[in-house]
Write a protein that binds this ligand. Structure first.
Ligand code: FAD
Ligand code: SF4
Ligand code: SF4
Length: 476
């Protein structure tokens, strides 16, 4: 260990730009075993490991780095899987620069340990060697739990509860398991076989999936009350899907589309499906303008490049240093040929039936406010026009109005529309109904959804056990 003094940081090799622009494969190649061991040996085994403190799952990073450096990979996998339901996903798509790696102490003066890449390496090795097994329960329990949403929050809760012996049923309105891991995040960050491999393991574990089964009050949907009657407890992990609007003239023109529709259509094509006949949901040969500066915007610009757009421009109202998205993703997009027009915001979409251009104006950063963040203000008379055949709105997501959609007036929400849970807990205002992931936090990260799912499962277990005990006492 402690090799950081003489051994420089090395990430797994990135595929050449021309090659990765032409397909949707992941852009990083796998670590060779010697390279992974060397990189793990750079860790200084801190007494107070800030990497773990800043990992939402509190992963025992120094231990699995040491085991990797010693080529004890099966043990490294056991330690890594003990706190993370999907380490192969987090190793690929956590914004490590803001979490574990961004807080690695050797970052001060040297470059951080490549924690995410090692986590991915350990788990991929474990799958290759057959060490990853379904977590079968030691004993069966008669009680059942219904889980709404097969995203990372729902799946993590399902996995933990099934391991405890509960009969677990997962309901999702989509036809595939994974939530945004399959229909939001593009394959060049997370190839879809990685998610379906986990789905197969969860089925082997005994979890029952009810796909294409929306929960709600509309005709053909399954009411929440029916789930509550069918199961001892319910967990809601439905995510956030209402796209934020750009409120400017021309927003209703053809070819002005929400990011989630554009990305879902692209991901469906990855499964060799042709998603409907909306020609606006493909960038081939078009001049594409993406509005926004977060990770979703980066996914849209990079998807457009791979679909063969003529030009791809990203309009963002702040500058590069103040983007909310991961800088690593911005760098990848720049390498792949995306043009960034910083400090600019749209004022109108132009065209008769379909969009033909975006009129925008310049912004400038003003003095920092009380929070320390610089706000932006428009620069007078600074309008300019960018030609566009496709405009993708990527300004973030809000929750859908669940109480209304589910006709569940007693389901309390916050003023942002996220589900209200008891502080520090997961129980909603409806007894026996728990919630976690984006529907409680607002748009967040896969790693936080996993954390919520795991913690909520522990709380549901406690809740069901306490109720069973009470019933037993009452019967005596
Ligand atoms: P979701 O993943 O949204 O899953 C919710 C599930 O509930 C879905 O399958 C949905 O179909 C289902 N559902 C909803 N309503 C109903 C209903 N009424 N009935 C039945 N089923 C229902 N995070 C990262 O950590 N790294 C990234 O690189 C990253 N990139 C992202 C890129 C994009 C484009 C987007 C949109 C998000 C990205 N995120 C990323 C965020 C991450 O995907 C989410 O934080 C995470 O998926 C939230 O998990 P969840 O389980 O709460 O919800
Ligand atoms: Fe880092 Fe994410 Fe892995 Fe935690 S789960 S160690 S934050 S990559
Ligand atoms: Fe190792 Fe960095 Fe974590 Fe310290 S902070 S234990 S050096 S990975």
């Amino acid at each position: 260990m402690l090799q950081f003094v003489s051994l420089p940081q090395e990430m797994p090799e990135k595929r050449a730009v021309a090659e990765r622009r032409a397909d949707f494969g992941e852009i990083y190649r796998a670590f060779a075993v010697e390279r992974a061991e060397q990189q793990a040996s750079r860790c200084s085994q801190c007494g107070i490991p800030f990497c773990s403190i800043h990992c939402p799952l509190g992963n025992n990073i120094p231990d699995w780095l040491k085991l990797t450096a010693e080529n004890r990979l099966e043990e490294a996998y056991v330690v890594s899987a003990a706190t993370n339901t999907f380490p192969e996903v987090c190793g690929r798509i956590c914004p490590q620069d803001r979490l574990c790696e961004g807080n690695c102490v050797i970052e001060k003066g040297f470059e951080s340990v490549t924690i995410g890449a090692v986590e991915k390496f350990i788990t991929e090795t474990a799958f290759e060697k057959g060490w990853v097994k379904p977590n079968l329960p030691q004993r069966e329990r008669s009680q059942s739990v219904g889980i709404v949403g097969a995203g990372p929050a729902g799946l993590a809760a399902a996995e933990r509860l099934r391991a405890l012996g509960y009969q677990v049923h997962v309901y999702d309105r989509h036809d595939r398991v994974g939530g945004l891991m399959v229909y939001g995040i593009p394959s060049f960050k997370l190839e879809k076989h990685v998610v379906s491999r986990r789905h197969a393991l969860l089925e082997e574990q005994g979890i029952v999936f009810h796909l294409s089964t929306p929960i709600g009050a509309a005709p053909g949907e399954t009411p929440l009350e029916e789930l509550r009657a069918r199961h001892d407890a319910v967990f809601v992990g439905t995510g956030v899907y209402r796209s934020r609007e750009v409120r400017v003239p021309g927003v209703g023109l053809g070819g002005v589309v929400p990011a989630i529709d554009f990305l879902t259509a692209s991901n469906r094509r990855g499964y060799h499906e042709e998603p409907g006949d909306d020609a606006h949901l493909h960038a081939r040969g078009k001049r594409v303008v993406v509005i926004g500066g977060g990770d979703t915007a980066m996914d849209c610009v990079r998807t457009s490049i791979r679909q063969g757009a003529e030009t791809v421009t990203c309009l963002y109202r702040r500058d590069r240093a103040n983007m909310p998205g991961s800088l690593q993703e911005v760098t990848n997009a720049e390498e792949e040929g995306v043009q960034f027009t910083w400090l600019s915001t749209p004022e109108a979409f132009l065209g008769d039936v379909d969009v033909t251009a975006v009129r925008a104006h310049r912004m400038r950063l003003s003095l920092p406010d009380a929070s320390g963040r610089q706000s932006v203000e428009p620069v007078p008379e600074s309008s300019f026009t960018v030609e566009a055949d496709l405009v993708v709105k990527a300004l973030g997501f809000d929750p859908e109005p669940l109480p209304e959609m589910w006709q569940a007036d007693d389901l309390a929400v916050t003023r942002w529309g996220t589900l209200k849970v008891r502080p520090g807990h997961f129980e909603t205002s409806l007894p026996g109904v728990f919630a976690g992931g984006d529907i409680v936090r607002g748009a967040s990260l896969v790693v936080w959804a996993i954390r919520d799912g795991r913690d909520a499962a522990a709380e549901i277990h406690q809740w069901i056990s306490a109720r069973a005990e009470k019933n037993l006492e009452a019967a005596e």
